[in-house]
Write a protein that binds this ligand. Structure first.
Ligand code: CP3
Length: 369
């Protein structure tokens, strides 16, 4: 591509709103920054319209559409960060597995991993950064189109969550197939988790080279593990990812970016998570902010954690919930978000209320502090 082509040039416009990055690094902010998990999603009519013509993973492989979907929520709400539109399951695809998005059912693997011998089917030596170059192109393009308005977050699934999908073949209430592996084939599990970890590290470093200004690692299925299994099958890999990404960025002379870990339903390990090398710890809505602060001290920034279903509440109630949430978290070392992704039947106007409420209330509180 020619020099100056927005899809390839990494000479990006200057950042105008760095409140999210400051909060992530633990610097003082004059209000609480806010973004929402799944902010680019089906609750937006313009998202449904853009997505209608193409299948989900074709959309993921089309940088211009990923860019458009990423920008849509920012045109409506004064969010403090954008998150690139993509999916965590592009990694199993890059490793050679087929994954389709079945409407009404969700992600589906026609041939999941059934037994350890199936690990041989994975192209473990694949150059994922080349296979996933379409994500990097989407990131670079989006950085340009954002015009420096807010920072762009890149992301990946964490090893255990990806492994669980690859074995279950889709969503599951019990994760019993993946958990059976943990008990019957611990060595094969570590082998698979290690393959995924290596790929994730390169993938995240590639996202930063392409223009991502922060990274979030989603361990969405942490809640299915107890403390012992989390300590053995998740935490060491989460640590390695944080450590290696930072090391590789340094070795390549690329500026560091803050890293966020979101291990859903893993409060049983919150102390360990807050000491695993990430600047920000994402929280689901089931933990009290006060308790989370007690367990993590002041070493990390916390992110979260309004129940996404609170967006169904009347606007006054949303204001009240936000106020209480900010009282409990405090205004510093804090990024407001939902405790998980939004649902398709949520009202965009209530998202607007949530965002506005975080800004208004936190500005007021910061002034009085
Ligand atoms: O947050 C954002 O706005 C960025 C985009 C994003 C998507 N998926 C887009 C998406 C992110 C960060 C993800 C991550 C992701 N994908 C996770 C981790 C976060 C979490 O929810 O715990 C997981 C587990 C997946 C796998 C996945 N992809 C699921 C379970 C689904 C929902 C399936 C369904 O039918 O509801 C998806 C599809 C998906 N990914 C959608 C979006 C906006 C909706 C489907 C569509 O657009 O057709």
């Amino acid at each position: 591509m020619e020099h100056g082509d927005p899809a390839s040039s990494t000479d990006f416009p200057a950042l105008k709103n760095d409140t999210f990055l400051k909060a992530a690094w633990g610097e003082v902010t004059d209000y609480v920054p806010v973004w929402c998990m799944r902010q680019a999603g089906r609750y937006l009519p313009e998202f449904r319209e853009t997505r209608a013509t193409q299948d989900f993973f074709t959309t993921c492989r089309t940088p211009a559409i990923c860019c458009e979907l990423t920008l849509q929520p920012l045109r409506r709400f004064p969010l403090d960060a954008a998150i690139i539109f993509s999916d965590i399951l592009v990694i199993p695809q890059a490793l050679g597995m087929e994954v389709t998005m079945v409407p009404g059912k969700g992600p589906t693997f026609p041939e999941p991993l059934n037994e350890p011998v199936d690990l041989q089917k994975l192209n473990e030596n694949v150059d994922v950064t080349q296979k996933l170059a379409y994500v990097f192109q989407a990131i670079t393009l989006t950085r340009h189109k954002l015009k420096g308005e807010v920072p762009l977050i890149g992301f990946s699934g964490a090893p255990w969550t990806l492994m669980a999908y690859m074995i279950e073949g889709g969503g599951s209430k019990t994760m019993s197939k993946a958990k059976r592996w943990l008990y019957q084939y611990p060595l094969a599990c570590h082998k698979l988790l290690k393959i995924l970890t290596n790929v994730i590290i390169d993938y995240l470093v590639g996202q930063v080279s392409a223009g991502a200004q922060a990274l979030q690692v989603f361990e969405s299925h942490a809640g299915h593990l107890g403390y012992e299994q989390f300590s053995e099958f998740s935490l060491p890999y989460l640590r390695e990812i944080a450590q290696q990404v930072k090391e590789k960025l340094k070795a390549s002379g690329i500026d560091q970016v803050p890293m966020i870990v979101f291990a859903k339903d893993a409060h049983y390990a919150l102390e360990d998570i807050s000491d695993s090398g990430y600047e920000v710890v994402g929280l689901d809505w089931t933990i009290r902010p006060k308790i989370a602060r007690e367990k993590t001290g002041r070493k990390v920034t916390l992110q979260g954690n309004m129940d996404p279903c609170a967006l169904y509440a009347p606007k006054d109630k949303i204001n009240e919930i936000v106020k209480k949430m900010i009282e409990e978290f405090g205004t510093q070392r804090y990024i407001a978000n939902l405790g998980h992704g939004m649902y398709p039947d949520m009202d965009p106007e209530h998202v607007a209320t949530f965002v506005e409420s975080v800004h208004t209330y936190s500005r007021e509180k910061c002034k009085n502090e």
